[in-house]
Design a protein around this ligand. Structure first.
Ligand code: B12
Length: 270
């Protein structure tokens, strides 16, 4: 629950979204923006929260695919509507490329991340959904960003993430990579480890993969630090980790929320 965006306003926005009423949605978002509501609050407490609700309604077959598509399209327009505020941040010279992993078609979250990076003063190159790995490698080679962000929503796409991390890790060993998205909230970190053929006791992640924060199922963002559970770099608290493949995750950070992203960017400014 957000103090600025109360439940009545949220419900008004959600009802407009479900009705496909773009103007009403824009009215709510623009009023809030005019009153000084932070972009991050609009992203999380209006757009993300409502899309998660749309997902639930779709899953329960209470709304059609068409209504879900319309709501997603309207949300994309809302992000565009707020572009003026997003791009007013001063540029700090860092660049980030953000992409959804191959076969991943959920791109609103990564677009928010890209826009939020712009707001924080980075130059963001947003590549959108379903990015083929060879082309991603080529682009990174050409534009040499300071950072790379990869988004995964579906657990089924985690093997593609691993493939990408291996290829990126050997081609660009010094490139910091931020990974995020809903796949990690559904046991993705454990799955990543399992895919590597090892045990993944609850909360233990591959060494070097820094798990800064965890957020509850979407719409209800809260963060809790569970660094204590993270295997220390190079360590092996259980003695069960198998030999690693080519890439060791040293430069990979799992970032769960926009707050955690901001903290990470501040902590790694130099
Ligand atoms: C819109 C939508 C779609 C659209 C996406 C269109 C688009 N342009 O993005 C379409 C129609 C394509 C779609 C398709 C499918 N979808 Co869908 N979809 C959704 C829905 C309703 C909203 C997604 C969204 O935008 N959420 C809001 C954003 C803002 O949240 P977010 O992605 O988590 O991003 C935040 C963080 O995770 C983080 N983050 C995200 N990426 C990154 C990256 C980095 C680097 C960092 C630091 C942070 C970060 O920052 C963001 C801001 O806080 C969700 C419901 C839900 N719970 O989200 C279902 C949902 C994700 N879909 C689901 C499913 C099942 C599917 C399909 C398999 C359906 C089907 N049978 O075809 C396909 C799969 C397509 C594919 N191969 O990718 C399920 C997934 C269930 C599961 N257990 O995995 C969900 C949860 C719906 C549900 N409740 O069942 N979908």
């Amino acid at each position: 629950m957000c103090e600025v965006i109360d439940d009545t306003l949220y419900q008004r926005y959600l009802a407009a979204l479900l009705a496909g009423d773009r103007m009403q949605c824009a009215g709510v978002a623009q009023d809030l923006a005019a009153k000084g509501t932070a972009i991050k609050d609009l992203y999380i407490h209006l757009f993300q929260r409502s899309l998660c609700r749309i997902g639930e309604l779709w899953e329960q077959q209470q709304i059609s695919v068409a209504v879900e598509h319309l709501a997603t399209a309207i949300t994309g327009r809302m992000l565009s509507l707020l572009q003026a505020q997003v791009f007013s941040g001063a540029t700090r010279g860092r660049t980030i490329v953000i992409a959804c992993i191959a076969d991943e078609h959920h791109q609103i979250g990564s677009r928010m991340v890209a826009d939020y990076c712009e707001l924080l003063g980075l130059r963001a190159y947003f590549l959108g959904a379903n990015m083929p790995l060879p082309d991603l490698l080529q682009l990174i080679n050409q534009c040499r960003p300071t950072l790379l962000g990869l988004s995964v929503t579906l657990t089924a796409n985690l093997p593609a993430l691993l493939e990408a991390l291996d290829a990126l890790g050997s081609a660009f060993p010094d490139l910091p990579i931020l990974v995020g998205g809903q796949a990690f909230r559904r046991g993705g970190l454990a799955a990543i480890y399992a895919l590597r053929g090892g045990n993944c006791p609850d909360g233990i992640v591959p060494s070097g993969m820094q798990c800064k924060t965890q957020i509850a199922p979407c719409g209800n963002e809260h963060t809790s630090n569970f660094n204590a559970k993270v295997a220390p770099a190079g360590g092996n608290p259980t003695g069960q980790f198998p030999p690693r493949k080519a890439y060791d995750y040293r430069n990979v950070s799992y970032i769960a929320s926009l707050d955690a992203l901001e903290q990470w960017l501040l902590a790694h400014e130099h």
